[in-house]
Write a protein that binds this ligand. Sequence first.
Ligand code: BES
Ligand code: ZN
Ligand code: ZN
Length: 488
Amino acid sequence: MDIKIINETLENIDAQAVITFIVNKNFNHTWVKHKKILENVNFKAESEDGILLAENNHVYIGCENLQPDELRLAAAKAFKLLRQTSYKSVKIGSYVEETNIESMGALIEGFVLGSYEFTKYKSKTEPFNLQEIIISTENYNQSKVSFETLIGVKDNAQIIANAANYAKEIVNTAPYDYTPIQMAEDALKLSAIEGVTCEIFDEKFLEKEKMGAFLAVNRASVHPPRLIHLTYKPKEKPKRRVVFVGKGLTYDSGGLSLKPSDYMVTMKADKSGGAAVMAILKGAAELRLPFEIHAIIGATENMIGANAYKPDDILRAKNGKTIEVRNTDAEGRLVLADCLVYAQELRPDLLIDMATLTGACVVALGEYTTGVMGHNEKLKHELFRAAAKSGELVNALSFNRYLKKLLKSTVADISNISSSRYGGAITAALFLDNFIEEEYKDKWLHLDIAGPAFVEKDWGYNQSGASGAGVRMNLYWLMLQNQNEDKQ
Ligand code: BES
Ligand code: ZN
Ligand code: ZN
């Protein structure tokens, strides 16, 4: 599907159908051509309402305001209605105030995000007819925003939304097909992008590097583990080095501390952090951002078997710290511990890890929100600003000294679970904190995406299943950092 911006009034654009947004229930606006019909069929034009007037070749969508995320929603809704029709082309006005290029980006993201479907395992799929969406520039004041700028905004929006869709496809893929080796193969494919290289490390490397925590989690799996290291280097001298680390559990059965059956379903999504960091690297490279970016993924399954690691085992991580295993289902933090130690050897200016780490984070913030943890308040606020622009929901969960004490072990340096049932998202992050060197404490953020990474019902412009959580907010953040450095 092609999205075009054309320097013409909507009237003068040739297409089979038209999309109109009814903003704040204003049926009297000149945009609304079929006021009578809409009133007759009792169309309310509430936010996320949509109707297809087939005889008039017109789609109307309710929209509370013209804020970017409202436009993402409206565009995705319009796409959903058009998906079932046989129209090949559709046109839409530019629903933005004069110079608001963020809204233009959001509109395009909405179409691309809304167009995602997971059909890999369906024998039959509905034919897809829509070939082009044409956006008119008529509302733009082109003495303030050039046509070239708009095209740039469009290209970036497509890159960002496609990156999120790329992560969704990985996460949705069944665990039988998506093994650590498959993840490594997909990562390798990204090296076709200019500036991207990929290194894949197997269990021998993990042994050599003394990554005893990561290896223990893998032990009962028939699939060998992989440490995936993707690098993107821009053409010019990079402004800074950003390292992303992702939890890539291609399946989490819980291990010997086995999950109850109802909780095991959806655990194919435990690779969402890994998928997100791959997607961020892909997006950043395609955006040609002037940063050196690394994506490190710890890919393994967490299974049961005679060879499985056990509660009571004591593991030694790459940095030499010993870990008492009290629950084999708290495996993500073990894999991340070793990967974070590896990541710090790259001497990052910024270190972000992403993981579906705890059910507790979902209890704390609900299914739709990412939990953000770390020591540096300024970094968190920068990320929050970017997340707001991207439309992703985030909230902070703060550390405190009392929770930190709950990870004490009598037999090892630290226990892999807290001694209290409360505050589990934060204690998991505090576990990771034990593997962050003093020098990097203020450069590190931990994002727990256990809620939004995979939701088993549609929400907003997200389909049931994977949502690509964390991808858009981080790409927006990188773009913001780039703008800020330009100003300095
Ligand atoms: N992968 C899970 C966390 C999870 C739960 C992700 C629900 C997505 C949805 C993680 O490995 C896990 O099992 N965590 C345990 C930790 C506990 C044993 C301390 C949890 O949250 O119950
Ligand atoms: Zn687990
Ligand atoms: Zn897990």
